[in-house]
Design a protein around this ligand. Structure first.
Ligand SMILES: [Zn+2]
Length: 311
C-alpha cells in the first residue's frame, strides 16, 4: 500500500537527471563502460594496454608530471570517488594524492596499489645502507613491470565483472614486450665497461634500473627517494667533490624535474661534464621515443650507454 510513496521520489530523480543532461559522468558513448582511473603515465600505459576497449581508462597525470608532486583537480577527485577501480603505484610515490585516494577508499572505491606486490626494496643512503623506507620506483625494472601486467589483469576482471581471459591475454603480450625491452637494453648497455657503469642522478629514482642492468648509483643530487627534498649548498659541493675524483663525465637529469641542481653539480666539478635528461618518473611526450613503457626503457638505456661511453 506504500507503492505510491516509493514511486514519487523515483520519478523526481529521473526528471532531475533529464534536466541535468548527464547523470554521473562521461559521454553517453562511454556511459555503460566500467571506469578505471590510473595515477601515473607509466601505469597508464600498462593499464590501457591490458584493459583494451571494453574499459574506459583515465590517466590522471600528463606526460612529464612529477608523481611525487602531483595533486588531483577537484574534477579528478570527484571522478576518483566514483570509479570502478583506481590503480596506483603506492609505496609513498603519490605523496600528494594520498588524501584523495584515502577518501575514495572510505567511499568504497577499490584502490589497487601495484608497487607493494612487486618485491619492493628499501631505499639506501650514501653508504649503501638501507634506510627502511621502500623505494617506490619499481617500474624502472622491466621484469617487475612484466609481473605487474598479470596482477592488473586480475584486478580489472574482478572490478569490472568482465571475462578475465582477454585481460590475461593482453597482459601476457605486455609482459613479453617489457621483457624484450629489458633484453634490448642489456644489449645496448653491454659495451659499457664494468668500471664505467656509474650513475649520478637527480633524485634517487634509478635503484631498480641499476640493479637490473648492473649499474651503480654513485650519488644523487636530491637526498632520499622523493623529489620534494632540497639539497644544501654543502650537499652539492660534496657531490661535486666526489664526482671530481672519478672518471665519470656524464650526469643524469630527468624529464619530471628541473635540471637546475644537476647542472650546478656539473658546473662545480670544473671539467667538462655533460648533463643528459632521462625519462624516470613519467613517460615522455609523443615523439620522444619514451611515449610508451617499452620505449622508455630502451631510450633510457641508449641515453645512459651513450653518456657513459662519451659518444
Ligand atoms: Zn621519483
Amino acid at each position: 500500500m506504500n507503492s505510491r510513496l516509493i514511486l514519487v521520489p523515483v520519478a523526481v530523480v529521473v526528471t532531475l537527471c533529464t534536466l541535468a543532461a548527464a547523470c554521473g559522468s562521461g559521454s553517453s558513448a562511454n556511459a555503460d563502460k566500467p571506469r578505471v582511473i590510473v595515477t601515473t603515465t607509466i601505469l597508464g600505459d600498462l593499464v590501457s594496454q591490458v584493459a583494451g576497449d571494453s574499459v574506459e581508462v583515465e590517466v590522471l597525470m600528463p606526460p612529464g608530471a612529477d608523481p611525487h608532486d602531483f595533486e588531483a583537480s577537484v574534477a579528478q577527485a570527484a571522478r576518483i570517488r566514483s570509479a570502478d577501480l583506481v590503480v596506483a603505484n603506492g609505496l609513498g610515490l603519490e605523496e600528494r594524492l594520498e588524501g584523495t585516494l584515502d577518501a575514495a577508499k572510505a567511499d568504497g572505491v577499490t584502490v589497487y596499489e601495484v608497487g607493494p606486490e612487486l618485491d619492493p626494496q628499501p631505499m639506501t643512503d650514501e653508504s649503501g645502507q638501507p634506510t627502511g623506507a621502500p623505494d617506490p620506483h619499481v617500474w624502472l625494472d622491466p621484469d617487475r613491470m612484466a609481473r605487474a601486467a598479470g596482477l592488473v589483469a586480475t584486478q580489472l576482471a574482478d572490478a569490472t565483472g568482465l571475462d578475465a581471459a582477454p585481460f590475461q591475454e593482453r597482459a601476457a603480450r605486455y609482459a613479453a614486450d617489457a621483457i624484450a625491452a629489458g633484453q634490448e637494453a642489456d644489449a645496448i648497455l653491454s659495451p659499457v665497461p664494468a668500471d664505467q657503469r656509474l650513475l649520478i642522478t637527480n633524485h634517487d629514482a634509478l635503484g631498480y634500473f641499476a640493479r637490473r642492468f648492473n649499474l651503480t648509483v654513485l650519488g644523487t643530487v636530491i637526498p632520499g627517494g622523493s623529489t620534494l627534498a632540497e639539497p644544501s649548498a654543502a650537499d652539492i659541493s660534496a657531490l661535486a667533490d666526489a664526482l671530481a675524483s672519478t672518471d665519470v663525465n656524464a650526469v643524469f637529469s630527468e624529464n619530471t624535474v628541473s635540471p637546475r641542481l644537476v647542472e650546478a653539480v656539473a658546473t662545480e666539478v670544473g671539467r667538462n661534464i655533460i648533463v643528459i635528461e632521462l625519462f624516470t618518473d613519467s613517460l615522455g611526450k609523443s615523439g620522444s621515443g619514451a611515449d610508451t613503457y617499452a620505449g622508455l626503457i630502451v631510450t633510457d638505456a641508449t641515453l645512459v650507454a651513450n653518456g657513459l661511453l662519451g659518444r
